[in-house]
Ligand binder design. Structure first.
Ligand SMILES: *[C@@H]1O[C@H](CO)[C@@H](O)[C@H](O)[C@H]1NC(C)=O
Ligand SMILES: *[C@@H]1O[C@H](CO)[C@@H](O)[C@H](O)[C@H]1NC(C)=O
Ligand SMILES: *[C@@H]1O[C@H](CO)[C@@H](O)[C@H](O)[C@H]1NC(C)=O
Ligand SMILES: *[C@@H]1O[C@H](CO)[C@@H](O)[C@H](O)[C@H]1NC(C)=O
Ligand SMILES: *[C@@H]1O[C@H](CO)[C@@H](O)[C@H](O)[C@H]1NC(C)=O
Ligand SMILES: *[C@@H]1O[C@H](CO)[C@@H](O)[C@H](O)[C@H]1NC(C)=O
Ligand SMILES: *[C@@H]1O[C@H](CO)[C@@H](O)[C@H](O)[C@H]1NC(C)=O
Length: 430
């Protein structure tokens, strides 16, 4: 920093820097090999733009490595440092081709405070447990990978990542502006994951040059996590969720072009509006899984690790369910049948009482001595009261013997009527 200040002052003052200054390696080479901060300052102090495939920085003096005044770098910065570096800073850089950073000793801060876009890949490996990684204005990147523990990372403006977005061992994952990414992988023990605006995880056709998968994978270990992606509507190829997931809320998710895989070690119940997926694999401690909108005709289901009772709405209408859980299916059918038949029986009884009441009124009008009146009354189907049914059967047999009833139909009961009618039939209390 002490070296930098006079240089920056000079840069502001120097008339040669009012216009853009493009620097290239020369000698027909496309790379810069930097071995010290001094060398970097000598080479780049006049530059606003560096055009090179690669700027490889292998070593430098202790302290902060900071190159001011440079706004554009077309190629990839490669930091591979061993020294006692406090910070890496590119305070004026706005456009960058790519960044690869590896370290074996740790660094306190990686700060690209003005960086807006990275056409290629940002790849920061093992920065150190104490490291703060900040790209607070970066909104568009070809790919982003931060692997290894850090104390903090700031990607709070990031909106689109065409290829991979890989975050491993982050203390927490907050991507408040992220809308799309080709492939998202988050692993480790983040205390929370928030991506309120994420709508799709699908690799674009414009990332052929980048090594990229497609879809989204979350591997969360040990501590429990609530997962909510309120805007996520479609995922290409794979949506893989594994970990101690306490709650799962994907209220907008409609399409997974490939496999939806959920494996939780915490008891989890969820209800997803998914309309289509090539396959669904559920494992672990899932207590209830419902897909009310799913067309299971075209979805291959792998749910063998789950009890049938955990297969909720949608899944329980599948062929898979019929094949594997058929017994339970019938018993549910039985319950439904009972639920329909019992009210029907009660309705029948009410009808019978109404009919009986009307006939009684008519008889009252005639009032002509003893009339034997035979009336057909519907019995509750299925005979909910066995004894009453048997009693009715015996009574009917008696009546037939006496020749009072020439014909009766199954399920009907003949009842003798006298001028003073018997009390109305009362349903058995069950
Ligand atoms: C260019 O090549 C010459 C001769 O091969 C060499 O002395 C010089 O250091 C090279 N310049 C750079 C920037 O590598
Ligand atoms: C930088 O180093 C690489 C290999 O490490 C070499 O191929 C390349 O020519 C070097 N570039 C310059 C400008 O010395
Ligand atoms: C960097 O600092 C360490 C101790 O902090 C010292 O031993 C080493 O010599 C320094 N290296 C340079 C190039 O100044
Ligand atoms: C830097 O790059 C951006 C995007 O590629 C471009 O619009 C801008 O003109 C460049 N600036 C300079 C000084 O080269
Ligand atoms: C990230 O940086 C921006 C700008 O400096 C700041 O407003 C924001 O609070 C930071 N976010 C985190 C999580 O540190
Ligand atoms: C699924 O299959 C059933 C029976 O084969 C059929 O009635 C239904 O229309 C199918 N659903 C769709 C969305 O194709
Ligand atoms: C079902 O899957 C087949 C083959 O994967 C596909 O061709 C067909 O369009 C799908 N049908 C529906 C209704 O999604």
């Amino acid at each position: 920093m002490t070296i930098m200040r006079p240089l920056v002052a000079l840069a502001i003052w120097a008339p040669s820097l009012i216009t853009a200054q493009v620097c290239t390696p020369g000698n027909g080479s496309s790379t810069y090999n930097i071995t010290s901060t001094r060398q970097a300052l000598d080479l780049f102090s006049d530059c606003t733009t560096i055009v090179a495939d690669q700027i490889s920085i292998d070593d430098w003096d202790n302290g902060t490595f900071s190159l001011g005044g440079i706004t554009n770098i077309s190629g990839t910065l490669i930091y591979n440092y061993e020294g006692n570096v406090e910070a890496l800073e590119m305070p004026d850089l706005r456009y960058l081709g790519g960044l690869v950073s590896t370290t074996s000793t740790g660094i306190a801060s990686i700060l690209f405070s003005q960086l807006l876009t990275v056409t290629g890949r940002v790849d920061i490996r093992e920065p150190g447990v104490e490291t703060q990684v900040s790209f607070p204005k970066l909104w568009n990147a070809g790919a982003v990978g931060i692997t290894g523990p850090v104390s903090l990372f700031n990607l709070s403006a990031l909106q689109t990542v065409a290829g991979d977005l890989i975050l491993e061992d982050m203390p927490a994952v907050a991507l408040p502006q992220l809308q799309t990414a080709g492939y998202i992988r988050i692993s480790g023990m983040p205390s929370y994951i928030t991506m309120p605006l994420l709508t799709s995880a699908a690799r674009g056709s414009d990332v052929e040059a980048l090594p990229s998968s497609s879809g989204m994978e979350i591997n969360q270990e040990n501590s429990g996590i609530d997962l909510e992606f309120p805007a996520l509507a479609s995922v290409d190829r794979l949506l893989y969720i594994q970990g101690t997931v306490i709650s799962l809320n994907l209220p907008s998710l409609e399409y997974v072009s490939g496999t939806l895989h959920i494996d939780t070690s915490a008891p989890l119940s969820f209800d997803l509006p998914l309309a289509s997926a090539a396959s669904i694999e559920l494992e672990g401690d899932i207590t209830r899984a419902s897909f009310p909108s799913l067309d299971t005709n075209n979805t291959s289901l792998r749910l063998d690790a789950l009890p049938c009772a955990a297969l909720g709405t949608g899944l329980d209408e599948s062929d898979y369910y019929d094949t594997r859980c058929g017994q339970q299916h019938i018993s549910t059918g039985g319950k439904i049948a009972a639920g329909v038949v019992v009210p029907l029986g009660v309705l029948g009884i009410i009808m019978a009482i109404i009919v009986w009441y009307k006939k009684r009124m008519r008889r009252g009008e005639k009032a002509s001595g003893r009339v034997v009146d035979v009336e057909m009354v519907d019995l509750p189907a299925g005979g909910s009261g066995g004894e009453a049914g048997a009693a009715g059967e015996r009574e009917r047999d008696r009546d037939i013997e006496r020749g009072r009833i020439p014909v009766t139909q199954p399920g009907m009961m003949a009842r003798e009527r006298s001028p003073t009618p018997p009390p109305p039939y009362e349903p058995r209390q069950e």
